[in-house]
Design a binder for this molecule. Structure first.
Ligand SMILES: [Zn+2]
Length: 147
């Protein structure tokens, strides 16, 4: 059986395990601050700890705000089959706010405050890297009211 090559758009940004995709953050051993993407030193001015540990973030959060990207970004931002998409800000239970593309939403019916779940989707296909994946936030279907 052939396995298609798959990689993440940025190394160390996310990990895929038995519970699905998770974002890789850093957690400070001194003050508990959480950073995403990962960092090498704590930025809390009141903290002098240098012990940061990798932490996988929860796969669900609450949509805090969003915007619609209606024009195609420059080629630097590589994406196959471009079409307008929503970019969301999501509050995670760890107390941090993460930006990510939204997936599976009707762009005219996105509700701030709804629960979203983390997924991974192919951003583009590269001859050397295969499917290049990124993280996105999708509606938590079970929590959604009937339309
Ligand atoms: Zn700290």
């Amino acid at each position: 059986m052939m396995h298609e090559a798959k990689s993440f758009v940025v190394d160390g940004l996310m990990a895929e395990g038995s519970e699905g995709v998770r974002l890789c953050a850093s957690s400070c051993g001194g003050c508990g601050s959480v950073y995403f993407p990962r960092t090498v030193s704590c930025r809390n001015p009141d903290c002098s700890s240098t012990s940061l540990e990798e932490k996988l973030l929860e796969g669900r959060g609450i949509l805090y705000s969003y915007t619609i990207q209606r024009y195609q970004p420059p080629n630097l931002f590589r994406i196959d089959n471009w079409e307008p998409y929503a970019l969301g800000l999501v509050d995670l239970p760890e107390g941090i706010r993460v930006m990510g593309m939204l997936s599976g939403f009707d762009l005219d019916n996105i509700r701030i405050g709804e629960t979203v779940k983390l997924i991974s989707e192919c951003l583009f296909t590269d001859p050397d890297r295969g499917k290049v994946m990124t993280y996105k936030f999708a509606p938590e279907i079970t929590g959604r009211d009937a339309q």
